[in-house]
Design a protein around this ligand. Structure first.
Ligand code: F6R
Length: 617
């Protein structure tokens, strides 16, 4: 979602801001813009579309002299179409103050209708309301800019973090944190504001979190933090940290797309997780951090799992594992449903919140809600470091997937699955629902997983061929049973989001309760049918589809001659125990979506309308 960057320093400001915008672009965006104070005057440029358009249209031959501070933004439209007018920065009517913003002003219509008596608005955004309101106070002589900002903040409702520069105070970037993440990057004789460390990694790894309810005032030579009442916040409550990530992680190397690179990184991610959490398969030292926090996991009597999108699919798989091996019920919700459905979480419930980014607004709200409702413990499975969700959780299990840039989640999904499986084993040990011998056997068998996945990924050409064969079809079904049902959902989601094709996942047993009406020779059906207890049932479903002339792409266990003979096309996955099948059956589905999208010329890494971190509801 929207990315924010601010710079106070003396390096070439345009190149710092433009390169930062490029590093924020992975979040998904539809327009971008920049504002700079030069010779104490505000100037700005913005453009719909990708950052290269901003550069080509406005910045190509520009040289900025005598600058003090600048801000930049990638916008993911919420209020108003993605066009030049609605792009950020948004300016006050007198063009003295500029803002870039992430989040939503819930009461913007109300504020706007009051301001409209004296102010002309130029955009449809809620953002413009903030800057006009600030300027409404700032242009009165009795208020300093800082006071004006605090007065405006008293009226603004909703989760919205933003950054402002102004001719009233031309050497300062004002950064307001109200929900969405914002950090101060601390460089040598230069400082930054960013919504995401990635934007400033080439310049510094030292950063400071701005907390909710705080305003940071950042200059080239330092910073000051105040609260929304304008009172100073003691510096000792803010200790700078250092990020461990490197720039290399955000590099495509020789790959055409980040997504393909990230799919190929999966064996490495699995190996890293096994090393970190399962002593390379030899001991179940599952996150000493969880034990040391006195989480009392053995006492939990139910799990509530929530997440969005791909992370939700990982949660659905975990339900099967937890119920079968830990013998406690597990409920799975989509976060945006959970937070409004007035469910109950009690002292005996463990909540598992799953999120790659740790920033997803609905999942974060769920974490806060569960704590308010008195859930025993909230354990988050998160990939990114230093997220808001992490701060609100009792325990965190990191996915260790490394930076995921492609908007479509791939390697983090596999990492979530393995973490959840290991967590299940850990719980089974604590609850004594699995013998030590069985536990040891299960850990031992995991050791080969990375090499099985690596071997599978060496043979992509056949999948690319199948993608080509079916790329002209307009709709797809994905069906599976048991553990393969969430995989069907995930395969369909991948195809929808990056290839823009209609694709729907179904539990195979449901097909004949309605959806089969859509099956004909124009509707390919992907059947996810690894060896399992329900294999024969899946075979029956396959035959039902064939009888209606549906084309079958079967995902089956290597050596499965029946599937090979029955399907139009068959992709074999490595042989693993059926309970581990979700870790291998999703691989061909990721590749099928990837190649189809590429063949159709889609923007694979930044599909239209999508954002990597969904920080608004
Ligand atoms: C799909 C995808 C999304 C995310 C969802 C949740 O490929 O990436 O569906 O899974 O937006 O994001 P996180 O996991 O960051 O909470």
């Amino acid at each position: 979602m929207c990315g924010i960057l601010g710079y106070a320093g003396s390096s070439d400001i345009l190149s710092v801001l433009v390169s930062g915008l490029e590093r924020l672009s992975y979040r998904g965006y539809d327009s971008s813009g920049i504002a700079i104070i030069s010779d104490d005057e505000l100037c700005h440029w913005k453009s719909e579309g990708k950052t290269h358009l901003l550069v080509e249209r406005h910045l190509k031959n520009l040289r900025i002299e005598n600058f003090s501070v600048g801000i930049a933004h990638t916008r993911w439209a919420t209020h108003g179409a993605p066009n030049d007018l609605n792009a950020h920065p948004q300016l006050s009517m007198n063009r003295k103050t500029a803002i870039v913003h992430n989040g939503i002003v819930e009461n913007f219509a109300e504020i706007k209708s009051k301001l409209q008596l004296s102010t002309t608005f130029h955009s449809e955004t809620d953002t413009e309301v903030i800057v006009q309101l600030i300027e409404h106070f700032a242009s009165k002589e009795e208020f300093s800019f800082r006071e004006a900002l605090c007065l405006a903040l008293k009226q603004i409702e909703g989760n919205c973090s933003f950054t402002v520069i102004t001719e009233h105070d031309p050497k300062v970037i004002y950064a307001v944190k109200k929900g969405q993440p914002l950090i101060i990057g601390l460089g040598k004789n230069e400082n930054f504001i960013a919504s995401d460390m990635n934007a400033i990694l080439p310049y510094t790894k030292r950063y400071l979190n701005i907390q909710d309810g705080e305003i940071a005032m950042v200059r080239q030579d330092g910073y000051e933090i105040i609260d929304f009442d304008g009172k100073p916040v003691a510096k000792k409550s803010h200790v700078p940290s250092e990020i461990s990530g490197t720039l290399e992680q955000a590099n495509k190397g020789s790959y055409k797309h980040y997504m393909l690179k990230e799919i190929d990184e999966q064996p490495e991610v699995l190996a890293r997780l096994l090393h970190a959490y399962a002593g390379d398969g030899k001991q179940l030292d599952f996150m000493p951090a969880l034990n040391s926090k006195n989480l009392n996991l053995a006492k939990l009597e139910r799990f509530i799992i929530y997440a969005c999108g791909t992370s939700w699919h990982a949660g659905l798989v975990a339900k099967y594992w937890i119920e079968e091996y830990v013998h406690v019920p597990a409920e799975v919700d989509i976060s945006s449903e959970y937070r409004y459905r007035k469910g109950v979480s009690r002292r005996q419930d463990g909540v598992l919140a799953l999120s790659q980014s740790g920033e997803t607004a609905d999942t974060l709200a769920g974490v806060q809600l569960s704590k308010e409702q008195g859930a025993a413990k909230v354990i988050s499975f998160i990939n990114r470091e230093n997220s808001a969700m992490e701060k609100h959780s009792d325990g965190v299990i990191r996915s260790l997937a490394g930076m995921e840039i492609g908007v479509a989640s791939t390697k983090n999904y596999l990492a979530q699955l393995l973490s959840l499986y290991l967590f299940t084993l850990h719980m089974a040990r604590l609850k004594k629902t699995m013998s030590a011998k069985e536990l040891a056997r299960r850990l031992d068998e995991l050791a080969v997983l990375p090499s099985l996945v690596r071997k599978f990924l060496l043979n992509k050409a056949a999948i690319q061929k199948i993608a080509k064969k079916y790329s002209s079809y307009k709709g797809f079904f994905f069906i599976g049973r048991g553990l393969s049902f969430p995989t069907a959902l995930e395969g369909a989601l991948k195809l929808k989001e990056i290839a823009y094709l209609y694709a729907v996942g179904y539990p195979a047993g449901e097909l004949k309760h309605g959806p089969i009406a859509l099956v004909d020779e124009k509707m390919p059906v992907v059947t996810i049918m690894p060896e399992s207890d329900t294999y024969n049932k899946m075979m029956n479903n396959l035959e039902e589809v064939k009888a209606r002339k549906g084309k079958i792409i079967a995902i089956a266990t290597e050596g499965d001659e029946r599937a090979l003979a029955a399907a139009d096309d068959c992709i074999f996955v490595p042989r693993v125990r059926s309970y581990l099948s979700p870790l291998v059956t999703v691989l061909p589905l990721q590749l099928l979506a990837y190649y189809t999208a590429d063949i159709l010329g889609r923007d694979v890494d930044q599909p239209k309308n999508l954002a990597k971190s969904v920080t608004v509801e």
